[in-house]
Design a protein around this ligand. Sequence first.
Ligand code: ADP
Length: 160
Amino acid sequence: MKVAVFPGSFDPITVGHLDLVRRAVPLFDEIVVAIGFNAKKEYLFPLEQRLEWLRAVFENEPKVKVDHFENLTAHYCKRIGANYLLRGLRNASDFDYEKTISQLNNIVGDGIETIFFISRPAYSHISSTIVREIIKGGGDASPFLPETVGQHIATQNKLL
Ligand code: ADP
């Protein structure tokens, strides 16, 4: 079984994340989209909300599972029997950061390999950080969000 973990904060999931998972699906038997949770970190959306959106977005993808974990990503991978990590590269700063993390994970995770996807041009400007800024500023972030997530956030904002 080729199992890959796509770890991230997904605060919130964007169309960039979704595109990456869709491109990875043919390569693996199972992809676990896993929210790495750090109790000391501040998030815009609560863990349960982010998990709910992930479940909704991937409900028709039988190969994709949704989960969350605390502490080291490499230990989580070992625990669930995953040998691969998925990450996206949008630009050179992603590369610099990801290179080190990937090298560390390979050691800590006893040979775990990180598979990188270069983002498609249409998505390379999209990040959860930008989406959060738009939402906090009262703007419409739906062009950057999976449809179901965009609709949910728009409805919530109208109710506030
Ligand atoms: P983290 O908090 O670990 O950075 P994110 O949820 O922000 O987690 O991102 C998870 C992964 O998704 C990272 O590898 C990131 O580079 C990738 N990613 C985020 N946005 C995009 C995008 N627009 N296109 C391709 N990959 C992306």
